[in-house]
Design a protein around this ligand. Structure first.
Ligand code: PBG
Length: 333
């Protein structure tokens, strides 16, 4: 005899029915991940070797322009739409104002040309910021121990022009100076590059998770102090919306949230609020953490890659910058 507290003999609603077989799981999946969602960040260098391992990022090499062109061909063959370039410049070539950033024959223009020769159908995204070129490792011009905003804008605009002129499809300011998207947009318009896209690192946080990257590009040892006077405070979320709104008004075509996994709440708010293509960057520290756990046998690498990248899509990303791009594309291909 049933008591007033006994459950019905069977549940009427059984969500597990939708999970019972692979075919039904795939039919009802709300989110899909394909190689077309990925951007592959390439660390390039002006050293002798074609591929020089980065110790803090196992599986990632610093590439010569020739090797970067080969990587772009591989990206094309894997269905990865774009690569993003980050330069490791010889220490002796760095100075206080980042002169190398605006050298039309510098490493990045050389890589852009090599990639466009080898795989013209692959999108080339360049990092617009001075940190890889300054001897103090900051993204802007340093005067009296302060990063001077407006003096930096002119340098960034010139750097973006040089990248566009060398054939970059997308320039991506990652410096977090105020007004840089407008300065870059005006410089591009004035010089015949109205079709060059701007991907703004609109919500870029001052993060501990850039550590391995700064190693990779050789700015870690150079960096004096931190970047908290220009990169965002990780306590803030409304401020990210304000930054994104400003960058869109200044002419950004796509916006980026960075780092990635720890900031998916920001991705969700940004993509829902603005409905502009929103990318996120699974940064070097996220990559290194996963690689370390994998090396210890604590994580299954392939499953962790697909789960983490799908999470970006689920949160609202149009695409993800990830050092796992080639492996993920192989798994998805
Ligand atoms: C700065 C820049 C950084 C990264 C890309 N561009 C780091 C920084 O702000 O110090 C980090 C990328 C990564 O950690 O993978 N121009």
């Amino acid at each position: 005899m049933s008591t007033p507290f006994a459950p019905a003999p069977f549940p009427l609603a059984r969500p597990r029915r939708l999970r019972a077989q692979p075919w039904i799981r795939s039919l009802v999946a709300e989110t899909t991940l394909t190689p077309a969602d990925l951007v592959w960040p390439l660390i390039v260098h002006d050293g002798e070797e074609d591929a020089q391992p980065v110790p803090s990022m196992p599986g990632v090499d610093r590439l010569s322009p020739r090797a970067a062109a080969k990587a772009a061909v591989r990206a094309r063959d894997l269905g990865i739409p774009a690569v993003a370039l980050f330069p490791n410049i010889a220490k002796t070539a760095k100075d206080a104002v980042g002169t190398g950033a605006t050298d039309p024959d510098g490493l990045v223009p050389e890589c852009i040309r090599a990639i466009k020769d080898a795989a013209p159908e692959v999108g080339v995204i360049t990092d617009v910021a001075l940190d890889c070129y300054t001897d103090h490792g900051h993204d802007g011009v340093l005067e009296d121990r302060r990063i001077v905003n407006d003096a930096t804008l002119e340098r960034l605009a010139e750097q973006a022009f040089i990248h566009a002129h060398a054939g970059a499809d997308v320039v991506a300011p990652s410096d977090m100076m105020d007004g840089r998207v407008q300065a870059i947009r005006e410089a591009l318009e004035a010089n015949g590059f109205q079709d060059t896209l701007i991907l703004s690192y609109a919500a870029k946080y001052a993060s501990a998770f850039y550590g391995p990257y700064r190693d990779a590009v050789g700015s870690a040892r150079a960096l004096s102090g931190d970047k908290k006077t220009y990169q965002m405070d990780f306590a803030n979320s409304d401020e990210a919306l304000r930054e994104v709104a400003m960058d869109i008004a200044e002419g950004a075509d796509l916006v980026m949230v960075k780092p990635g996994l720890l900031y998916l709440d920001i991705v969700r708010r940004v993509s829902e609020t603005f409905r502009v293509p929103t990318l996120a960057y699974q940064v070097s520290g996220e990559y290194a953490m996963m690689k370390a756990a994998v090396a210890n046998g604590w994580l299954d690498e392939d499953r962790a890659i697909l789960e983490s990248l799908t999470a970006f899509k689920r949160a609202g990303c149009a695409g993800v910058l990830t050092y796992f791009a080639p492996r993920a594309a192989e798994l998805l291909g």
